[in-house]
Each structure stands twice: as structure tokens, then as C-alpha cells.
Design a protein around this ligand. Structure first.
Ligand code: SF4
Length: 482
């Protein structure tokens, strides 16, 4: 029997891209391919691109240049390009790089086995057509031989696309308009994951809490099989075995009272929200086409804290947006300080082709933008450290993910607040990836917490589970306003 051919997917960008790579890996496994982590061993390599930041796009072109050698090393090797840059630049990539066999866009994952088969016959293909069809979510069950990237955790797409058109963002051009899956299909997927030992799900969507909103507004949710995002969360939390639910990334404009209340009422809903603010200045928010003011954003964070006092908030912030004055930037700093974010993704604005902001006047001097970024990051570093220090001495529950990057031989995982916790002691004693472990926090570092296991409960291997997502009284007190 001929040996099975091997594939590797190199992924850049957001969790949506990571999950797309998982879906394609599943399709290829069903088509008889075997996953490998090693480019050198692969017969098929897919580069799954991101175009949110300028650097990621440049990285693709560098990668493709270097991969000429990879392709030439062994006849019959196949090279594919996917993701947001593929969606935007499709034809250009095929023309510029003769080594690329196929390019597919964000709505065409299902076609990958067909594109690979065509490439095996020497055909080069381009599939970047956009569709609003729900068919794109209709993928086979996970292949039994596919290794779990992170045991005990899984991403679940609930909606795709974005109708918001923030002036700095390419996503509406690369991911298309909002489309929500049927709630019963999502619940079926989550139940199947729980049956395989998954304890934590992260619901994914470009504006995840916009799920079902158009159907609900038009009174057509029942017909479309959707519902409000809060109703979906409550539905999924009722599935036996699901201990933790997260979602990313929500838009501040789509939090209704029910979703805020759910944070206080649904035990499985993790006490962490990544809530992109982008700026603290109303003037800048307006130029970004973000439909809220700084005061409205603050009010939302207060409501979330009223519902769940220990909630940890993180955010995305852009500095140096065209026209940002020093006063605007100070308002961003004030927002960060007042809300008390535990962490943030911070970016220096860079224009993306095809966006409205790319043609805005009053560009901020790059050196000044860099200074602002450094000042913002300094403030965030001190907030993160203070939040971590405030938790030393408390207990938390960690879902073990695998070996610690910094401490070889030791395990690491995330707590309900989405903080990385590295465990002291040898890995074998602490548990295994996928386990939920009760941990006593003993030390704070700038990027993580360090804890000692108090008890370990098997994730997938049966046994009794700790009550999900429920901090101890001690933890509630210490984590308030992390
Ligand atoms: S809400 Fe704005 S930033 Fe988020 S994906 Fe849509 S356009 Fe991009």
C-alpha cells in the first residue's frame, strides 16, 4: 500500500483563521491525508493568511519566496494559499508565484479536497467566490485520527462576516456580510464535542454577539433557525459536559440587557470579555466609524461588572489613527486606566488598501505614534501586573493545555479569566492536558500567574467535574476589578 500523503497548514492571524485551519485539516483527513507539524515532511503545504496587519501580508510574500525551494526539493509537492490575503489578492498571487497550485478564499474551505485533487493532475485553481449560503458551515464530523490541538477545548463558529465597515478594517471585504448558522446545528456540534471530552468552547464570529440580530430584528428568527446571541449562549450552557463558554470577538454595540445579565446568571459563561474599544476619544471613534461613545463604552463595562463583579476585561486599541491628537490619545489612556483592563492588544495604525481610513488626511507621524504606543503599553503592563498580584493567594480553576513555554517539564493552562497559569511541580503530578485542575496561585509575573495544583479532575477520562466557571468566595473578592 502506498504511504499516505502528508499535509501541513501554516496559519497566521486570528482565532477564526486558526479554526479555519482546523476545518481544512478535518476535510483533508477525511480525504485520506495525514497531518504533520513538519514542513519538511509535508507533501502539501497550505499557507493560511491574515491581512489585518501590514506585516502579516508581507510575511506571506516572504514565505512564498522561500517556499520556491521547498517546492523544488521534491516533485509532486503541492502549495496552496488561503485566508484573507487570498480572498483579496487571489489572482495576483497565482500570477506572481508560479509555485502556487491553488488559492481559495474564506468562503470556499469545502472545496479544498477538490482543489488538491486538481493540483495532483497539474491544474492550478482559484476559488474566491463569495456566498451567503449556510452550506459553507456544513462540514463532516471531526475525523477520529485528527489530533486535538488543545485537548478539552474547541472553537465553534456561530457566525461569519461583518456588516460594520469600520474605516480601518478590511474584514468586511475579506469575510463578506454577516451570516449566522442555525442554532440547532451549533448545539449539535457542541454536543458532539462534549461527547468527545471537550469542556470549554469558544464561540467565534467576526462580530460574534451580532449572531442572529438581523433575523431577530425582522421577526424572522424562528424561520431562519437563529435566535439572539444571549439565547444561544443559554442553549449551549445547558448541554451536559460543557463547563466553560467563551466568545470572541464581540462588538460593544451588540450587547443587549439579556447578554449582560447572562454573565451573572449562566455559570458556564466565563468571567472574561474581550471588548474591543479601539480608542477612548469620541472624535476618533467617529472617524473610525465605531457606533458608540467613550461614555457608552464605559457604561457597558459598568453593567458587565454589575452583573459579574469579578469579570476581567481585555480590549483592542489602535494608536496613531489619522487625525489623533495628543488630547485624543490622553482620552484613550484615561479609558484604559478607568476601566482597568487586565490586558490589551495594542496596534500602531497602518493603512490597509481598500479601506476608508487609508485615504483620510492628517496622518500621525510614525515616530509620534510609536511614542504613544510605548506609553500605552507601559500603562497596560502595570495594570496587568497589578491584576496578577492582586490574585496571588487565591484559588482558581485551570484547564490544562500542555507544556509551559517558559518552564520545560511543567504544565500550563488558562483560568476562567483567560489568564495563563503555569503550574509548579512536574507535569505528571499536576494532571494532563484537558484536565480541569484547582490551583492555588502563588506568584505573579508580567505575562502569567504561577500556581500549585490543589486537586486534579480528569477532563476526558470520566470522574467528577468541578463546578464550572464558579469562583470561590475568596476568588470573587480578590478578582473584583482585576
Ligand atoms: S466590527 Fe469593525 S473591526 Fe470588527 S470586523 Fe467588523 S469592520 Fe472589522
Amino acid at each position: 500500500m502506498a504511504p499516505k500523503r502528508r499535509f501541513h497548514i501554516r496559519t497566521y492571524g486570528c482565532q477564526m483563521n486558526v479554526h479555519d485551519a482546523e476545518k481544512v485539516a478535518n476535510l483533508l483527513s477525511h480525504a485520506g491525508w495525514v497531518a504533520t507539524d513538519d514542513d519538511g515532511a509535508a507533501d502539501l503545504l497550505v499557507v493560511n493568511t491574515c491581512s489585518i496587519r501590514e506585516k502579516a501580508e508581507n510575511r506571506l510574500y516572504t514565505d512564498l519566496g522561500l517556499l520556491r525551494e521547498w517546492k523544488a526539493e521534491r516533485p509532486g509537492r503541492i502549495l496552496g494559499v488561503a485566508g484573507c490575503v487570498a480572498q483579496q489578492e487571489g489572482d495576483t498571487i497565482l500570477r506572481r508565484f508560479r509555485t502556487v497550485d491553488f488559492v481559495y478564499g474564506t468562503h470556499n474551505l469545502r472545496l479544498v479536497p477538490t482543489l488538491v485533487a486538481a493540483a495532483e493532475q497539474g491544474e492550478r485553481s482559484l476559488r474566491i467566490d463569495e456566498t451567503r449560503s449556510l452550506e459553507r458551515f456544513d462540514l463532516p464530523e471531526r475525523h477520529p485520527d485528527l489530533p486535538d490541538a488543545t485537548p478539552g477545548r474547541a472553537f465553534v463558529t456561530v457566525m461569519e462576516g461583518c456588516d460594520m465597515f469600520c474605516t480601518f478594517c478590511v474584514v468586511p471585504n475579506t469575510r463578506g456580510r454577516e451570516v449566522s448558522r442555525k442554532a440547532v446545528d451549533i448545539a449539535e456540534e457542541v454536543a458532539a464535542l462534549a461527547g468527545r471530552g471537550v469542556r470549554e468552547i469558544t464561540l467565534l464570529g467576526q462580530t460574534v454577539n451580532a449572531y442572529g440580530r438581523h433575523d431577530v430584528r425582522r421577526g424572522k428568527a424562528a424561520q431562519a433557525g437563529t435566535e439572539s446571541f444571549a439565547a444561544l449562549v443559554r442553549r449551549l450552557a445547558a448541554i451536559p459536559g460543557i463547563a466553560r463558554i467563551r466568545y470572541t470577538s464581540p462588538h460593544p454595540a451588540f450587547f443587549d440587557d439579556d447578554l449582560v445579565r447572562a454573565h451573572g446568571e449562566v455559570a458556564a459563561l466565563c468571567p472574561h470579555v474581550h471588548l474591543p474599544a479601539q480608542s477612548g476619544s469620541d472624535r476618533v471613534l467617529e472617524r473610525m466609524r465605531r457606533p458608540y461613545t467613550s461614555a457608552e463604552y464605559r457604561a457597558l463595562t459598568e453593567s458587565l461588572r454589575t452583573a459579574r463583579p469579578d469579570i476581567a476585561l481585555t480590549t483592542d486599541l489602535i494608536v496613531g489613527f489619522p487625525g489623533e491628537t495628543d488630547a485624543d490619545f490622553r482620552e484613550t489612556l484615561a479609558l484604559v486606566r478607568d476601566v482597568g483592563f487586565v490586558d490589551a492588544y495594542t496596534f500602531k495604525y497602518s493603512p490597509r488598501p481598500g479601506t476608508k481610513a487609508a485615504v483620510l488626511s492628517e496622518a500621525v507621524d510614525p515616530a509620534l505614534a510609536q511614542e504613544r504606543l510605548a506609553e500605552l503599553q507601559e500603562m497596560l503592563r502595570s495594570l496587568t501586573m497589578a491584576a496578577h498580584r492582586a490574585r496571588v493567594g487565591s484559588e482558581t480553576e485551570v484547564l490544562l493545555e500542555g507544556g509551559s513555554a517558559r518552564r520545560p517539564g511543567q504544565l500550563s493552562g488558562r483560568d476562567p479569566y483567560h489568564r495563563v497559569v503555569n503550574l509548579t511541580g512536574r507535569a505528571e503530578a499536576a494532571g494532563r492536558p484537558g484536565d480541569l485542575v484547582r490551583v492555588h496561585l502563588v506568584e505573579a509575573t508580567p505575562r502569567s500567574l504561577i500556581g500549585e495544583p490543589v486537586s486534579s479532575v480528569r477532563g476526558a477520562g470520566g470522574g467528577k467535574f468541578l463546578k464550572p466557571g464558579a469562583p470561590t468566595a475568596d476568588e470573587k473578592g480578590r478578582n473584583a476589578r482585576l
